[in-house]
Design a protein around this ligand. Structure first.
Ligand code: 8YV
Length: 324
């Protein structure tokens, strides 16, 4: 189908999609909107061939759309889309990798330094006038010097973080579902072994059935009293009760968290932990990077309907990335 003829394709926008993506989609396709929990009118449902997703796409929705060919999801993490189920219905699922890699890696490093060197608290000290009334902010117990860093999840973002950590002069090791070809960092085949061999654990792990609350009391204990835990992946990979307890009782030294189990609700016990540096899921949140992600959502849809090819299919649907 020529690119200027895509108005014949009906597309559902699911959730609060980035306005740049929504505007481009409206120009190109015929749009139907349906937020979380909205019932789709049967008449539309029969016509919809594509979903642009910033919210849940579950088996029930997929089954409501008999002509569905593609779900283009916003974000590199796509745990809100049941990609395994989509594959069984010959529906290709795409996400937005690569364009956010450096932004998220930058945020991970910022979070690590904030947690270790207490920079947000030092800034608050200045803003509160305490530099004048009390003198210098206290010397921090935490430092990056001499740290050994473990990365949980050695995908594209994990590698970008590892590169940055190397530039800081610190050794890197990692745990992943399997060793990554061409990566020379030391590999540990269990998370607890990695935690026991480092004092700084950075998690970039996606949410999968295998990773639910995988960072638990045992992992935090293995990380130890000088341990720093940073999470830039997904909040449901962490047992937050165990993490809050570990921060309060000194099982670990500090944490830097960008993601939480039940966003935007952050447990009070984490907010109350003075040794936690907390961010409201801003890993990729710049105008530059979010616009690039929005473009990739749209470009996947245009490539699919004009050339029969998805640009960035997720692993579960890679076999469906070219229209037969
Ligand atoms: C986005 C993310 O904030 O890409 C991801 O997986 O977590 C973030 O970049 C998220 O998609 C929500 O907009």
């Amino acid at each position: 189908m020529p690119e200027n003829d895509l108005k014949s394709v009906t597309l559902l926008i699911r959730g609060k999609l980035h306005p740049h993506a929504a505007a481009r989609l409206e120009e190109t396709f015929t749009i139907v909107r349906g937020g979380e929990g909205d019932a789709l009118a049967g008449e539309h449902a029969r016509k919809i061939k594509a979903v642009a997703a910033a919210a849940t796409v579950d088996p029930a929705l997929i089954d409501t759309l008999p002509q569905l060919e593609i779900v283009s999801s916003f974000g590199v993490g796509y745990d809100h889309v049941d990609a395994a189920y989509a594959a069984t219905r010959n529906v290709v699922v795409t996400n937005t990798p690569d364009v956010l890699t450096d932004e998220v890696a930058d945020t991970a490093i910022g979070l690590l330094i904030n947690a270790v060197r207490e920079l947000p608290k030092a800034e608050q000290w200045l803003r509160d006038g305490l530099w004048v009334s009390e003198g210098a902010y206290r010397l921090t117990n935490g430092t990056l010097r001499g740290r050994r860093v473990g990365i949980f999840g050695m995908g594209r973002i994990g590698l970008a973080i590892a590169k940055r950590i190397e530039a800081f002069g610190l050794p890197v090791s990692y745990h992943n579902r399997r060793p990554v070809e061409g990566v020379s960092y030391a590999y540990f085949d269990s998370l607890v072994e990695l935690a026991a061999n480092v004092d700084t654990l950075i998690s970039v792990a996606p949410s999968t059935p295998q990773t639910q609350k995988i960072v638990d009391a045992e992992i935090l204990k293995a990380l130890g009293p000088t341990g720093v835990f940073v999470n830039i992946g997904r909040g449901n990979t962490v047992d937050e009760d165990a993490l809050a307890a570990a921060l309060h009782d000194g099982t670990i030294q500090a944490a830097g968290l960008d993601v939480f189990y039940d966003e935007p609700n952050v447990p009070q016990a984490l907010i109350d932990a003075p040794n936690a540096s907390l961010l409201p899921h801003v890993g990729s949140a710049t105008i530059h990077t979010r616009e690039a992600m929005a473009d990739l959502v749209v470009d996947n849809l245009i490539a699919w309907f004009s050339r029969g090819e998805a640009l960035t299919p997720v692993a579960e649907t890679i076999a469906l990335a070219k229209r037969k």
